[in-house]
Write a protein that binds this ligand. Structure first.
Ligand code: 3PG
Ligand code: MG
Length: 392
């Protein structure tokens, strides 16, 4: 993979920089700027090398239509502020722009093209669209790891028409994930949560062969409790997952990987309810399991204590209600404590987990926090990501 760090000759070159500025927006306001914050070093690196930058990004899923609420305008403004540099948003039809449309003024250094997904060609990986974008610059840089699982025009097809490089943040993402999946300091533990076990079965299976402990929490642990014969009341659950669970237990036995699931739980009568701690055999039909219980927290913390490496994806409970965020918070606190003592290598990823860590102010106490959701998970599944393949 060619890396911009190794390219000493960026000076005066025009660079198409694919970023993932797909940040959460609420009424035109950015509610979490993590993805913007993380790519500031890349832009500063390119500016220092006197490059001219054309930023490519999408936000949301406009599906080939111009939707004003999904304009990159607020993102462009945030970037301007953070960089203390002018960034001009190009709102003209992207299919009709040409290289003369920017950098005529010597002082112009950065422009941003409006949401690529306003054009259906983007998601269709359209060749003409990709070729046209490529014609706007000299070099293409992918610094959007979190989009690299998408074979879209600005991620995949474009690399066929222009010299291609990996950006700084993309490299950091891959280094951290490689470290955790291949150069592992054992014991290594994975905490995996979230709601759907069926969506994470392939990841769990792939990790079982490499990890010592897999801790299953969150909504998806309910399926295991049900499989084990416990009443789970009105808790979140999936149909037909007994076979998935059987496969997990069989493989873990074969590979000598310990599977840990809740030994006690915290329930509520509804999502806004107040928390009550319950033994597993004491949940009634009208209750919802919304977090792990104190016994389980203790077991997990002991395993974290004994681990040298930890990977975390997915919260332990319904953390959006503080009444049910104790499990996730205690796990985060324990990892932060080990991190401060330099006795653990810790990686976390996925939208919910990142927002949880941001809320706790714990993000900087992890060795690496991935801004990616889908791409992070597909990488852990052992899949080849189209965007990464295209860089090689
Ligand atoms: C993401 O947030 O997952 C990336 O920006 C890709 O967006 P998508 O999931 O809508 O393809
Ligand atoms: Mg996604």
């Amino acid at each position: 993979m060619r890396n911009i760090k190794d390219e000493f000759n960026l000076g005066e070159k025009k660079i198409l920089l694919r970023l993932d500025l797909n940040v959460p927006l609420n009424n035109g306001k950015i509610t979490d700027t993590t993805r913007i914050d993380k790519i500031i070093p890349t832009i500063n690196f390119l500016l220092k090398n006197k490059a001219k930058i054309i930023i490519l990004s999408h936000v949301g899923r406009p599906k080939g239509k111009i939707i004003n609420e999904l304009s990159l305008k607020p993102i462009c403004q945030n970037l301007k502020k953070q960089l203390n540099e002018n960034v001009r948003l190009i709102t003209k039809n992207l299919k009709k722009i040409n290289p003369d449309d920017f950098f005529n003024n010597q002082n112009e250094k950065i422009v941003m093209l409006e949401n690529l997904r306003f054009y259906e060609e983007e998601e269709k990986n359209n060749k003409e669209f990709a070729k046209h974008l490529a014609s706007l610059a000299d070099i293409y840089v992918n610094d959007a790891f979190s989009c690299s699982h998408r074979a879209h025009a600005s991620i995949f097809e474009i690399t066929k028409f222009i010299p291609t490089y990996a950006g700084l943040q993309l490299n950091l993402e891959i280094d951290a994930l490689t470290k955790i999946t291949s150069e592992i300091q054992k014991p290594i533990t994975c905490i995996i949560g979230g709601s759907k076990i069926s969506s994470k079965i392939n990841i769990i299976k792939n990790l079982i062969t490499k990890f010592d402990n897999i801790i299953i929490v969150g909504g998806m642990a309910n399926n295991i409790l049900k499989y084990k014969g416990y009443e789970i009341g009105k808790s979140l659950q999936e149909d037909n997952c007994d076979q998935i669970i059987e496969e997990i237990f069989l493989l873990s036995k074969k590979e000598n990987c310990k599977i840990i699931y809740p030994e006690d739980v915290t329930i509520g009568k509804n999502l806004n309810g107040s928390p009550e701690i319950r033994e597993l055999n004491n949940v009634s039909k009208d209750e919802l399991i919304l977090d792990i219980g104190p016994k389980t927290i203790k077991i997990i913390n002991q395993l974290i204590e004994e681990s040298n490496t930890i990977l975390w994806n997915g919260p332990a409970g319904y953390f959006e209600n503080p009444n049910f965020s104790k499990g996730s918070t205690e796990i985060a606190k324990k990892i932060v404590e080990k991190n401060k003592n330099n006795t653990i290598y810790s990686v976390a990823g996925g939208g919910d987990t990142v927002s949880l860590l941001n809320n706790l102010g714990a993000t900087n106490n992890f060795n690496f926090v991935s801004t990616a959701g889908g791409a992070f998970l597909e990488y852990l599944e052992g899949k080849e990501l189209p965007g990464i393949k295209a860089l090689n």
